[in-house]
Design a protein around this ligand. Structure first.
Ligand code: ADP
Ligand code: MG
Length: 542
């Protein structure tokens, strides 16, 4: 056609398509899961946009419709979702926008060819999965709120074509030209089975055209609303992957229903891996808020920022479906949900912390985030402290503050810590020599947040947290090594000579019993910012 333009896929998409097309699939059927998931996401998106822009309102009978046409060998998946503009077609289908997908593509590339099919089966490659069963894909899309429609076409070999199209209402049709060895995917009964298996918890109706009749294929009962006993582990994992785009099995799953003054159902996950995009994400919790199954927003900040690694869904009947953002912030319902969900998660962490080995896995991934709670959140500070784990000068592995206290010397009344860039370096640091020599344990704190919380926490179980680098500490009470009078005389001569040499560069020089084999150590003045904090402030130009 005269208005058509052809564009190249980005290099990453090209490689991804190559991997997809050149692997043999035991689980090709997952292409349908991917396309239906996208259709559901797009329908959620439109519903949410319609709250602030009536022109985008979702039709009453919004659904995802699958139409297999055996004679023409075409399979079409139609939705009433947000649709895509021309730019969105280019960005969403011609490049890999999500860094998680990009990282998965790399993982796929590095995998042995014989392992790729199962990787793709388990995790999916999103939209590009369509090319496992189709030698050509047509996408016709009209953005909700716009009259324009565009057609995107590709055979998945390096380039795609864009041209103006018509569509009588907003939404998207994805038409697959089914490969000759994939005709099974034109059989409505087969499609029905696939939807039941993979997409049953999609909240929108999924229908299939079967002998001229529209049949509903999914149960549409959101997984989180089902009684626990009716939900299998496979379904939970599948839902977790769909929800989070993560590739692991969850480290923990919380599924419960709150009844009483406030009613809601929740299904939450803690990943067993730090998600690829975790560092880039904002500090806000992205838990999804649903009202009677309908997705409302993932910006309700149901959990505090220091629990932002928890992902999942909270569904309540106590809010109206058309709840606006402003109303959400004002309603006491949300405040109650927040409180209940936070205390449930904290209780769960407390239970899981009893298994030190498995808790250590969690701690490696998300400990630095959880610790922010000691800085951020006065109401939970002590609870977070009890759940925190640390490296220590006394033993390998992780310890808790309670462990530390149980090993304190009888004359000891403070919890000593040192901050720096790595626990290994700190373990050998002259700052703690004197403590080690006297058998006093020191916490080795090496996360950036460690420069901030100890002062806020102040004390734990009545014991002050004390930075070993901060001024002279009372090591004598642990039995200072005896000093000969000759050493004392040497020291009395050395200090004035050093003061002379260093002049204004230091505020004081004094003898210390903190060192054993090192000659000297830099120390921050008592009450001033500690050395690690100074470094951080310097780095950020303050
Ligand atoms: P992901 O779903 O993980 O973002 P996909 O490859 O499955 O990755 O899809 C890429 C993007 O294409 C989606 O994020 C979405 O923006 C867009 N997209 C795909 N299918 C649809 C659809 N049916 N309606 C609207 N947008 C879609
Ligand atoms: Mg997708």
């Amino acid at each position: 056609t005269p208005n058509a333009e052809t564009r190249e896929f980005s290099a990453e998409v090209g490689r991804m398509l190559d991997l997809v097309v050149h692997s043999l699939y035991s689980e090709r059927e997952i292409f349908l899961r991917e396309l239906v998931a996208n259709a559901a996401d797009a329908t959620d998106r439109r519903r949410f946009e319609a709250l602030t822009d009536g022109a985008r309102a979702l039709p009453e009978d919004a659904k995802i419709h699958i139409n297999p046409d055996k004679d023409a060998r075409l399979l079409t998946i139609t939705d009433d979702g947000s649709g895509m503009t021309k730019e969105e077609l280019i960005n969403n289908l011609g490049t890999i926008a999500r860094s998680g997908t990009r990282a998965f593509g790399q993982q796929l590339e590095n995998a042995k060819p014989e392992d790729r099919p199962s990787l793709i089966g388990q995790f999916g490659v999103g939209f590009y999965a369509a090319f496992m069963v189709a030698d050509k894909v047509d996408v016709v899309s009209r953005r909700a709120g716009s009259d324009e429609a565009w057609r995107w076409t590709s055979d998945g070999r390096g380039s795609y074509t864009l041209e103006p199209a018509t569509r009588d209402k907003p939404g998207t049709d994805i038409t697959l030209h089914i490969k000759s060895d994939a005709e099974e995917f034109l059989d409505p009964t087969r499609l029905q089975t696939i939807i039941r298996k993979w997409s049953d918890n999609i909240a929108w109706p999924v229908t299939i055209l079967h002998d001229g009749k529209e049949e509903t294929a999914n149960e549409g009962k959101a997984l989180w609303l089902k009684p626990k006993s009716e939900v299998t582990e496979e379904q939970l994992e599948e839902f977790y992957r769909h929800l989070t785009h993560n590739f692991d099995k969850p480290w923990d799953t919380l599924h419960w229903r709150a009844e009483g003054t406030i009613e809601f159902a929740a299904l939450l996950f803690i990943p067993s891996m730090r998600p690829f995009e975790f560092a880039e994400q904002t500090r806000e919790s992205k838990l999804r808020l649903h009202v009677r199954r309908m997705f409302i927003t993932d910006e309700a900040e149901i959990l505090p920022p220091w629990l932002r690694f928890v992902q999942g869904v909270v569904d309540t009947e106590d809010l109206p479906l058309n709840v606006s953002r402003e109303m959400l912030q004002a309603t006491p319902v949300l405040a109650r949900i927040r409180k209940a969900v936070t205390s449930k998660v904290m209780g769960e962490l407390k239970t899981r912390a009893k298994d030190a080995e498995s808790y250590a896995e969690f701690w490696e991934n998300f400990g630095p985030v959880l610790k922010e709670g000691m800085w951020d959140d006065p109401a939970h500070r002590t609870e977070v402290a009890a759940l925190s784990r640390f490296r220590s000068s006394a033993i390998d592995g992780l310890i808790s503050l309670d462990d530390y206290i149980s090993r304190m010397k009888p004359e000891q009344d403070a919890i000593y810590y040192v901050t720096g860039d790595s626990a290994e370096v700190l373990a050998a640091s002259p700052q703690i020599e004197g403590f080690k020599a006297r058998g006093v344990e020191v916490l080795l704190l090496s996360d950036p947040v460690d420069s901030f919380w100890p002062e806020r926490l102040g004390t734990y179980e009545g014991k002050a947290l004390r930075n070993v680098a901060q001024g002279m500490t009372d090591l004598e009470k642990f039995g200072a090594p005896e000093e000969t009078s000759a050493e004392k005389a040497d020291m009395e001569a050395l200090i004035p000579a050093l003061k002379d040499a260093l002049g204004e560069d230091v505020s004081d020089i004094c003898a210390t019993d903190r060192l054993v084999s090192s000659a000297m150590v830099l120390s921050a003045p008592e009450g001033g910012p500690d050395l690690q904090l100074r470094k951080l402030l310097q780095r950020s130009g303050q």
